[in-house]
Design a protein around this ligand. Structure first.
Ligand code: HMG
Ligand code: MG
Length: 296
């Protein structure tokens, strides 16, 4: 049996939050159904943020109520504060994610508070969530560069990651929000985190803006990371990170992992079909090199 890698599909959240047009609940649920059918087992389906800040995520409660219940399938949603957590719990979420940053300017622009204030907020979110039996994941953004401040110190990333872990986040997803990293900077950042946290607690969340995300996954695999976030068809970006484009396409991640002998549980043909579905709804073409090659 090949070694398994956990894929967290973030297309319905990280992907759709950044599309110009609004996408109806029906289409979002249709995408999630197809992702489940393709074998994805961890899906970030929604985001309980202010609709004034991210209008594309309006309707998240309806999405969460309609996602298909299937054995072994786990859904999560972003919850930046107690308002978001309450809404997530009411909609039936069993897992939420708080999202902090290793850069002050990005924290201010994205969630309107300092890193310190955000961590205080997340602590109350984590406490309440865990008391309700809801799991909490933690993101650190700008781990390999910030759109406003430039390079970010690996030590700062490690410090925020450790604080998220201490408040109860079971997994820390390290976000290269603007895809500035390369295998060398990725390894340095991970090595700093590994001085404080076990590798099993770390996930790579690499945006593919400069085409380096797959290489950064390979560098992370070499250091023992076995969890990666990706987005079907490479959808995505962050509306508060100028220049951020989509995540690593899940199709490209699966192709890479399968080729390197890892087990993913994903059916690549069905995944490509899920990508075609959402691209047709959005009137766009795929950002996945693998999907383009397979449908040529
Ligand atoms: P704020 O304006 O400071 O919040 O925003 P506030 O507490 O002062 O409240 C202002 C208003 O928002 C109030 O309503 C609240 O009720 C409402 P009003 O009285 O004006 O009618 N409000 C909410 N409504 C719905 N859901 C909520 C909520 N909270 C307050 N949860 C806030 C602070 C955090 C809410 C805001 O900045 C926000 O929503 N930011 C979200 C930005 C975002 O979603 N960014 C994208 C996700 S992060 C990302 O993509 C990076 C990642 O992928 C990793 C990586 O790639 O690096 C995760
Ligand atoms: Mg992201």
């Amino acid at each position: 049996m090949n070694e398994r890698v956990k894929i967290v599909e973030v297309g319905p959240r990280d992907g759709l939050q950044n599309e110009k047009q609004s996408i109806d609940v029906e289409t979002k649920v249709g995408l999630i159904e197809r992702l489940v059918a393709a074998g994805l087992r961890h899906i970030e389906a929604a985001s309980f943020v202010s609709p004034k800040w991210v209008p594309q995520m309006a309707g998240s409660a309806d999405v969460m109520r309609r996602v298909p219940a299937a054995p072994g399938v786990h859904y999560s949603a972003l919850a930046p504060n107690l308002t978001g957590l309450q809404a997530a719990i009411e909609a039936g979420c069993k897992e939420v994610a708080v999202f902090g940053a290793a850069s002050e300017s990005f924290s201010q622009r994205n969630i309107n508070c300092s890193i310190r204030e955000s961590l205080e907020r997340f602590r109350s979110v984590a406490e309440l969530a865990m008391s309700e039996g809801v799991k909490v994941r933690g993101y650190v953004s700008c781990v390999l560069g910030c759109p406003y401040e430039g390079p970010v110190a690996p030590e700062k990333v490690a410090e925020v990651a450790e604080l998220l872990s201490e408040m109860g986040c079971y997994e820390i997803s390290l976000g290269d929000t603007i895809g500035r990293g390369n295998p060398l900077t990725t390894a340095r950042m991970l090595e700093a985190c590994l001085k404080r946290l076990p590798v099993s607690q770390l996930a790579g969340h690499y945006h593919d803006t400069f085409g380096m995300a797959a290489a950064n996954v390979a560098a992370s695999l070499a250091l023992g990371v076995r969890t990666f976030d990706s987005s079907v068809s490479g959808l995505g970006g962050c509306p508060y990170a100028a220049g951020a484009s989509g995540n690593l396409a899940t199709e490209d991640l699966v192709y890479l992992l399968q080729g390197m002998g890892f087990e993913t549980g994903v059916d690549l043909d069905k995944l490509v079909a899920a990508g075609s579905f959402i691209n047709a709804a959005l009137g766009r073409s795929s950002n996945s090199r693998v999907a383009l090659a397979m449908t040529a």
